[in-house]
Design a protein around this ligand. Structure first.
Ligand code: ADP
Ligand code: MG
Length: 237
C-alpha cells in the first residue's frame, strides 16, 4: 500500500530522515515510536506530501506520490497540533471540510463526533477551545471521510481519560475493518492491545520494523514498553 524507499530529509545539516525504507500494508496497525526528534512527524508528513524528501521515493499503491496529490483522499490524518482558523466555529469547520470534499460516494463517519459531544458545541469558536476539545475536532476530522488509512500523531495527548478511551475504541473498531493505521504515542501502554507492528526510529534512522509478536518472542516481554526497554538496553554490534 505505502512503499517508502530510501528517503532522506535534511533541515540544514540535520538529517531528520536518513535513508529510511519502509513498507506498510492494509490490516496493519503500526506503532511509530522513537525518542523526541527521531523523525516520526517528518516521516508522517512525508507520507502526506507535506514534507518533500530530498532523496528517495514514496509509492502509494505502486504510484509515486510526487506531483500527484489525489492519493491523499484515502488518508485520514490527525496532526500532533491541529491548526485552525481561530474565528471559525466548530460547525463551520466541519461544514467547510465537507464542502471541500464534495464527494457523494463517501458515507460520512460522524460516530466520534457525537460520542465526543461536539454536536452540542457547534457554535463554539476554535480560538476559545481547550486543548482537549481541539484534539477532539482533529480526531473527528481524521475519521470523518471513512479513509482506508489513518495516520494519528499523538492522538490521545491532551485528551481526558474518558475521551482517550472513546478514541481508542474507535481506532480498534476501524482496525477490524482492515484499514492501515499508523499511530505515534509516547504512552506505550496505550498501544499494547492495538498494534500489530512496530517501527522504531532513532536519529532519523529506521532502527527496526517488525511484527509485535516477533518483538515479544525476541525479548520475552509481553508489554510494548518492556519489550522496547529490553531492546534499547541490549548492546548493539
Ligand atoms: P519527532 O516527531 O520524532 O519528535 P520530528 O520529525 O518532529 O521528530 O523532528 C525530527 C528532527 O527534525 C528534529 O530535530 C526537529 O527539530 C527537526 N525538524 C523537524 N521539522 C523541522 C523544520 N520544519 N525545520 C527545521 N528542523 C525541523
Ligand atoms: Mg512528532
Amino acid at each position: 500500500m505505502i512503499t517508502i524507499s530510501n528517503i532522506t530529509k535534511k533541515f540544514g545539516k540535520l538529517a531528520a530522515l536518513d535513508d529510511v525504507s519502509i513498507n506498510c500494508n492494509s490490516t496493519e496497525c503500526i506503532a511509530l515510536i522513537g525518542p523526541n526528534g527521531s523523525g516520526k512527524t517528518t516521516l508522517i508528513k512525508s507520507i502526506l506530501g507535506m514534507v518533500v524528501p530530498d532523496d528517495g521515493s514514496i509509492l502509494f499503491n505502486n504510484k509515486n506520490i510526487a506531483h500527484d496529490w489525489k492519493y491523499r483522499k484515502h488518508i485520514g490524518y490527525m496532526p500532533q497540533i491541529g491548526k485552525y482558523p481561530e474565528n471559525m466555529s466548530i460547525g463551520q469547520i466541519f461544514d467547510m471540510m465537507k464542502s471541500i470534499r464534495k464527494d457523494d460516494t463517501i458515507s460520512l463517519d460522524e460516530e466520534l463526533f457525537t460520542e465526543f459531544g461536539l454536536d452540542k458545541l457547534l457554535n463554539k469558536r476554535m480560538g476559545t477551545l481547550s486543548g482537549g476539545t481541539r484534539q477532539k475536532v482533529s480526531a473527528c476530522l481524521a475519521f470523518l471521510f471513512n479513509p482506508d488509512i489513518l495516520i494519528l500523531d499523538e492522538p490521545t495527548a491532551g485528551l481526558d481519560p474518558l475521551a482517550s478511551e472513546i478514541l481508542k475504541e474507535k481506532i480498534s473498531k476501524e482496525k477490524t475493518k482492515g484499514k492501515l493505521i499508523l499511530i505515534t504515542s509516547h504512552i506505550l501502554s496505550e498501544l499494547d492491545d492495538l498494534v500489530t507492528h512496530i517501527i522504531f526510529m532513532q536519529d532519523g534512522k529506521l532502527k527496526f520494523h517488525k511484527p509485535f509478536e516477533a518483538l515479544r518472542s525476541e525479548t520475552g516481554e509481553l508489554k510494548l514498553s518492556k519489550a522496547i526497554a529490553n531492546i534499547m538496553l541490549k548492546p548493539t554490534n
